[in-house]
Design a binder for this molecule. Structure first.
Ligand code: SAM
Ligand code: SF4
Length: 328
């Protein structure tokens, strides 16, 4: 379905929990309040939303959170969404801690790709950012996912004075492995406002300095706004997702669903359409009526998509929650 600016909206990011087994400083600071579990959408409710979305042309779904893999039976949900007619792709984004344990199950249920968030390959820095000493498990998950032929992307947020030199080590993951390593600019959402992110262009310049043969890579890598480069001799590509310094709103193709069913047209603003109200309000009515209600809610959210975010003007950002509460 097209939004009011002519953009085709075919991608939905679904937060399936606001809980997490890490405490990344810029995403889930200590003491954050959690959504009561009865307010979190059940798998059946998520599937009903996806079914309605599929009928409107949304064909790619990404499970996120919080940490999606801590929700029991997450792989079952992957299989349930994969079976919806019209679904082309189900992927997930994870911190990777449970990936090694759950990979086989996820693959059996048809997972099409995995994004692993990893901000450092140094144990001390990793623990400083995430609060836990779990790097080894993440590396194991990455290695096994690549070995088993899963499409793997590593996403990294760089911060001044914390992990600003880590790009040098992280890109090495792409040398011998078919992995795309992407640098995501820190967005001024939640504690991201207080963190000092790094301009993607700065990293690109350093990359070109170190590897003068770096070339733009125009092949299609996924559903998102990343711009890719190829380093000669590297199997994977290096990507940049620069929401702050390279506005890509003209290519926006997505809506977001929070764990409690708020359908967000844009990350930057608090506006949302409450799908839980529709789902639970029509829980005992004819399923066709419920689907129509959901389709209307989705159409409304798509119609509400603003032309662009305003990350450059913090006083105009109306989304006040932390990323973990929205679904990154
Ligand atoms: N737990 C999963 C993970 O870490 O991939 C999924 C949820 S997490 C919120 C998704 C992504 O959002 C992570 O890559 C994280 O680094 C990123 N993120 C969180 N807060 C951010 C911010 N303020 N700006 C940019 N990226 C952010
Ligand atoms: Fe958890 Fe992911 Fe947020 Fe880190 S970035 S706190 S792993 S949800």
């Amino acid at each position: 379905m097209k939004d009011s600016f002519g953009r085709e909206i075919d991608y939905m990011r679904i937060s399936i929990t606001d809980r997490c087994n890490l405490r990344c400083r810029y995403c889930m600071p200590e003491g954050i309040s959690l959504v009561p579990s009865e307010e979190i959408l059940s798998f059946e409710e998520i599937v009903q939303i996806c079914q309605a979305a599929a009928e409107l042309g949304i064909c790619r779904f990404k499970l996120t959170g919080g940490e999606p893999l801590i929700r029991p039976d997450c792989s079952k949900l992957v299989g349930m969404i994969k079976k919806i007619p019209g679904t082309k792709q189900v992927t997930l984004t994870t911190n990777g801690i449970l990936l090694d344990d759950l990979l086989d199950d996820l693959m059996e249920n048809g997972l099409d790709g995995v994004n692993i968030s990893l901000d450092s390959l140094d144990n001390v820095v990793y623990e400083q950012i995430t609060g836990f000493d779990e790097l080894l498990k993440v590396k194991k998950g990455i290695d096994r996912a690549v070995k088993k032929g899963m499409r793997v992307k590593v996403n990294s947020v760089l911060q001044k004075g914390i992990n600003d030199k880590e790009w040098l080590h992280l890109i090495e993951l792409a040398r011998e492995r078919q992995i795309d390593v992407r640098f995501i600019e820190m967005m001024p959402i939640g504690f991201g406002k207080k963190s000092k992110g790094i301009d993607g262009n700065e990293v690109l310049l350093k990359l070109k300095d170190k590897y003068p043969g770096v070339k733009p890579d125009s092949s299609v890598h996924g559903n998102g706004p990343a711009v890719y480069y190829q380093i000669p001799g590297f199997k994977g590509s290096i990507g940049f997702i620069s929401a702050v310094h390279r506005r890509f709103c003209g290519e926006c193709n997505r809506v977001r669903l929070t764990a409690k069913g708020e359908l967000k047209p844009c990350l930057c603003y608090e506006a949302y359409i409450d799908t839980k109200k529709v789902l639970r309000g029509l829980a005992y009515t004819d399923p066709r009526e419920r689907k129509e209600g959901l389709k209307q809610a989705l159409s409304k959210a798509i119609a509400l998509k603003p032309e662009m975010h305003c990350f450059e003007a913090e006083d105009r950002i109306t989304e006040m929650r932390q990323m973990v509460q929205i679904g990154g």
